[in-house]
Write a protein that binds this ligand. Structure first.
Ligand code: 5AD
Length: 384
């Protein structure tokens, strides 16, 4: 186990002149290292090198892998944060149950359907329904009603099956997952937050269990969902070795989708312990995207809002490092500020329309195309 936080990514690799060394590294990245015993070492070098030429070799290899396995389209999922009520108390999260400073809201069914119609009108192929976690019967019914209403409202000539729906509403029973799947949701995002049970225990109260989350991921897969997970990057006590474990965990779980982003402290939810500086966490976030792209090849990977919170062009950088999904904010601006998981959340005041315009230009700026009127499923799921 390596030392916590003040870590290896400062270490400059010795020997050879940079370009020759980077060329050798680029050849290594092109070789067949993914399943072998050497995978850890390659991933460590991807995450820790500070040599500019090597970083560019990583970025270019990740971009090439993306283009080869998934094409050049960026898939949009309109993000509807439909409620910030939450029964969990994750120590890092601004909307955790224990934060009394937050006003709580839940959007009406009509509000949610209006957001969905707007997405369909803009040609967004899919949307994500995200909220704080609840498991009561009223919540389960409400989510089911939202799924059915969105499907009914968004069927069109362009999208005969309506918008694709990704759920991001946490740990639920098998019966609940099955009910929502039957209603028409077909993807589920449930972040493991960290693959390390010890680190997970430090981030959550004891009643929130790593095993439960793992079991939920298996259940979702068995039901037939396209399954996504992810981690936070730059957490107190997290080492490069943990991040390598996270990547190998994604591989072994055979995930279809990934959403990862830097950890960003929230004023009312600060975890104790040192974390890397902001620019380090951003850099590491991008390296994790590239590493995941190189290791997993054909999964969908989001350039997350947390990246954008750390740099104005954070999501575009994410696309350049191998991401192919963006989740534009479509939550009504009047409640957006109440869904603050971390400080510095971007796009708080822009209307969804402004976000959409700004986004097309941003996607084009990195030489990519926006996929319109299609769900944009992960190629990996199709192949599996
Ligand atoms: N910084 C970064 N990401 C966070 N999340 C929650 N709080 C934070 C934070 N402070 C992420 C978690 C969660 C997702 C919805 O948001 O990974 O699963």
């Amino acid at each position: 186990m390596s030392a916590p936080v003040a870590i290896a990514w400062h270490r400059r690799a010795p020997a050879l002149a940079p370009s020759a060394q980077a060329a050798e590294f680029a050849r290594l990245l092109d070789s067949d290292w993914r399943q072998g015993a050497g995978a850890r070492e390659v991933l460590r070098r991807i995450l820790t090198t500070v040599d500019r030429d090597e970083v560019e070799a990583v970025r270019a290899a990740a971009e090439r892998t993306l283009l080869d396995h998934c094409g050049d389209t960026v898939r949009l999922r309109g993000l509807i944060e439909f409620s910030n009520r939450c029964v969990l108390d994750c120590r890092y999260c601004g909307i955790r149950r224990g934060n009394r400073a937050v006003s709580r809201y839940t959007l009406t069914l009509d509000d949610v359907v209006a957001c969905a119609r707007w997405c369909a009108g803009k040609g967004y192929g899919s949307l994500v329904l995200q909220s704080g976690e609840r498991r009561d019967a009223a919540f389960v019914r409400r989510v089911e009603a939202m799924i059915r209403a969105i499907k009914a409202a968004t069927r069109s000539a362009a999208q005969p099956d309506g918008l694709g729906i990704t759920l991001c509403v946490g740990e639920q029973t098998e019966a609940t997952y099955a009910r929502w799947f039957a209603a028409g949701a077909h993807r589920y995002l449930l972040r493991i937050e960290t693959s390390s049970p010890e680190l997970f225990a430090a981030l959550h109260p004891p009643e929130q269990r790593h095993e439960t989350r793992l079991a939920c991921l298996q259940t979702l897969r068995a039901i037939g969902y396209q399954v996504g997970t992810g981690v936070m990057i730059g957490l107190p006590g997290q080492t490069v070795e943990h991040l390598i474990d996270d990547l190998l965990f994604f591989r072994d779980l055979d995930v279809d989708m990934l959403g990862m982003g830097p950890y960003i402290p929230h004023a009312q939810a600060v975890l104790p312990g040192a974390i890397p500086a902001a620019d380090e966490r951003l850099r590491l976030g991008l390296r994790m995207i590239a590493a995941a792209r190189l290791l997993l090849r054909d999964v969908n990977i989001a350039a997350t809002t947390a990246l954008q919170a750390m740099a104005d062009d954070g999501r575009e950088q994410g696309l350049r490092f191998g991401a192919n999904v963006i989740m534009p904010q479509v939550t009504p601006p009047r409640v957006r500020r109440m869904y603050t998981l971390y400080d510095g959340k971007p796009c708080l005041d822009e209307s969804a329309g402004q976000c959409a315009e700004c986004l097309d230009a941003r996607i084009a700026s990195v030489g990519r195309r926006t996929l319109r009127d299609q769900w944009g499923d992960s190629a990996h799921f199709g192949r599996r």
